[in-house]
Design a protein around this ligand. Structure first.
Ligand code: NDP
Ligand code: GDR
Length: 335
């Protein structure tokens, strides 16, 4: 039985990847950081099948200890501060988690588990003010946020450890990927959740920032397959993973509201406060290398993704309403 360590197991991708690896018969170690209250909603259906280990990307000793003790065959480093606007509020902490955290983990691996295969969650945000379209593995980076700068560091230190110490270390340069487990602060989930609230009479307005920025949006369940495929190759390398289609935020809004039979123009307000100090205007991934070498391709289309997220939010809100009105639900909650 192969063992895989996932950092960021409580996040969107961590939960999808854990499902995939468990299905493939892996023993899955999920690293969580110690906090006084933890949210493990995304993995509660898997808890019995996972081995939870406590560690933090800020703490070198915890990482070394986990690797020494468990000697995983594969490490997927998904942990980090992942919300771009927050990186302007906490630029130093972002650099610690999302940048230096990668070095801490790689260095622990180099010393105590050098045969382990390593995956780094790099991001299309590194392309930033894009130098060419579509973006591929050879496109130069021009990061536009403290988050993207930290990711560029994490990317290059992974490449550097591979070249310096002959480690099997790969970077997946993943374009935006979404789904019902996406955090509510990201634009796709904010749209589908608020649109569903409006449909049910629970909200009246959706406030958004830049409606014209364009993203290459795919489904998270499709994207975690690519992570696994990268670590099964004979040689470590870096790959762009995207759908090859780009859409504006406004198009996402239109499809979501249309699906609910609502006129988006009546409900959406543009709030200049939600504009970013520096924007990434257009992202479009060229995943030819991943298609050719990994045999990877996405299965869920853009429209299917929007509909899937709207359906999930409607179901979630209806369930929450039902729990609120069900007297047994109230008793259970108080108890
Ligand atoms: P999420 O924000 O959903 O999950 C982030 C995870 O990182 C959470 O489990 C969080 O734990 C954990 N974490 C944060 N800080 C630390 C720390 N100091 N030590 C240990 N764990 C920590 O992100 P996603 O699942 O969407 O993304 C996974 C990775 O992929 C991230 O690195 C992200 O930047 C990157 N990425 C994501 C893309 C996307 O479109 N989703 C695209 C490209 C890259 P906790 O629950 O405790 O907060
Ligand atoms: P992004 O995702 O920054 O691409 O990073 P996000 O969904 O936050 O923004 C996408 C685009 O939508 C515009 N936008 C808004 N964004 C948010 N969050 N809220 C709004 O109200 C809003 N209105 C318009 C933004 O300006 C932006 O152009 C995600 C994260 O998962 C990163 O961790 C990952 O690396 C990249 O995707 C690839």
């Amino acid at each position: 039985m192969r063992t895989a360590l996932i950092t960021g197991i409580t996040g969107q991708d961590g939960s999808h990847l854990a499902e995939l690896l468990l299905h493939k018969g892996y023993r899955v170690l999920g690293m969580i950081r110690h906090t006084s209250t933890t949210s493990q909603n995304r993995i509660k259906h898997l808890r019995d099948q996972l081995t939870i280990v406590e560690g933090d990307l800020l703490d070198q000793t915890s990482l070394t200890r986990i690797l020494e003790l468990h000697q995983p065959d594969e490490i997927y480093n998904l942990a980090g501060m992942s919300f771009v606007p927050a990186s302007w509020q906490q630029p130093v902490l972002t650099a610690e988690f999302t940048g230096l955290g990668v070095t801490r983990l790689l260095d622990a691996m180099r010393h105590v588990a050098p045969k382990t295969r390593f995956y780094q969650a790099s991001s299309s945000e590194m392309f930033g003010k894009v130098r060419e379209t579509p973006q591929r593995e050879t496109t130069p980076f021009h990061p536009r946020s403290p988050y993207a700068v930290a990711k560029a560091y994490g990317h290059y230190i992974t490449v550097n450890y591979r070249e310096s110490y002959d480690l099997f270390a790969c970077c997946g340069i993943l374009f935006n990927h979404e789904g019902p487990r996406r955090g509510l602060e990201f634009v796709t989930r904010k749209i589908t959740h608020t649109a569903a609230q409006i449909k049910l009479g629970l909200a009246e307005e959706l406030r958004l920032g830049n409606l014209q920025s364009k993203r290459d949006w795919g489904f998270a369940g499709d994207f975690v397959r690519a992570m696994w495929l990268m670590l099964q190759q004979p040689k470590a390398d870096d790959y762009v993973i995207g759908t090859g289609e780009t859409h504006t935020v406004q198009e996402f809004v239109e499809i979501a509201f249309d699906y609910l039979d609502l006129d988006w123009k009546r409900y959406v307000a543009v709030d200049p406060q939600l504009y970013r100090p520096a924007e990434v205007d257009l992202l479009l991934g060229d995943a030819t290398k991943a298609r050719t070498i990994l045999g990877w391709q996405p299965e869920v289309t853009f429209r299917e993704l929007v509909h899937m997220m709207v359906d999930a939010d409607l179901a979630l809100l209806r369930q929450q309403l039902q729990n609120k009105h069900d007297p047994r639900g109230k008793v259970a909650k108080v108890a």
